[in-house]
Design a protein around this ligand. Structure first.
Ligand SMILES: [Zn+2]
Ligand SMILES: [Zn+2]
Length: 219
């Protein structure tokens, strides 16, 4: 049993993770982005606990231990955002949750169940990558009935549209005008040279990135 990590440390780790995603992390960037007051004492604590490594020039980096801890929090945070948008049908703003509260919407013990329910989504509604969990890797070769994005559906297998990811509303409207709406049977016609789905009698060529927004329910 290790002691609970403080919310302040978690905020620093999250801000370091997102900064690293966009290139590199600096103490200035962390201070601007963290939802907490990033003091010198807090940075020293993060380093002494082995979560970050600081370099003399104001740059810093997550250690392996820091990455593991941040990854878990980022994963829960972004899955919670998907839950709010896809299942509750709200926008992030409508949910009225503060940015630092999202990870608390998903309890650590049910992360995998939520991820599976949502079809192992790869991106949050802001289009930031959701770190993979063990459930996402297993689902590649598990043949159970879950919701998956259509780019993961084997060619020819008929599934039903569960929902179209709400990350881009004009895109939802466009797909809807093409007949891609919840409940409709759909299959992958081909992957190469272009990704083509068949929705009732209509064949639709899509960028694979757009296909990832279509979640289907396998029978
Ligand atoms: Zn997000
Ligand atoms: Zn998963």
């Amino acid at each position: 049993m290790h002691e609970r990590i403080s919310d302040e440390i978690i905020e620093v780790l999250e801000a370091t993770w997102t900064s690293e995603e966009r290139g590199s992390a600096s103490e200035q960037r962390i201070a601007d982005e963290a939802m907490t007051d990033v003091t010198e004492a807090l940075l020293v604590e993060c380093e002494e606990e082995g979560f970050i490594k600081r370099f003399g020039n104001g740059q810093l980096k997550l250690t392996d231990q820091g990455r593991r801890t941040a990854e878990e929090v980022i994963r829960r945070h972004r899955l919670a955002e998907r839950l709010v948008v896809d299942v509750l049908g709200m926008t992030i703003e409508e949910s009225e949750a503060d940015a630092c509260e999202f990870e608390h919407l998903v309890a650590p013990g049910v992360t995998e169940a939520i991820c599976t329910l949502l079809g192992h989504p790869r991106f949050c509604p802001h289009n930031h990558p959701i770190p993979e969990g063990a459930c996402c890797r297993q689902s590649e070769d598990r043949l159970n009935s879950v919701v998956i994005s259509i780019d993961r559906l084997p060619i020819g297998e008929i599934a039903r549209v569960a929902y179209v990811s709400a990350r881009n509303f004009p895109r939802i409207q466009k797909l809807s005008s093409l007949g891609v709406t919840p409940g409709i049977p759909i299959k992958v016609h081909q992957r190469f040279p272009s990704f083509v789905i068949q929705c009732e009698e209509t064949q639709i060529a899509l960028e694979e990135e757009i296909a990832r927004d279509i979640y289907v329910w396998r029978k």
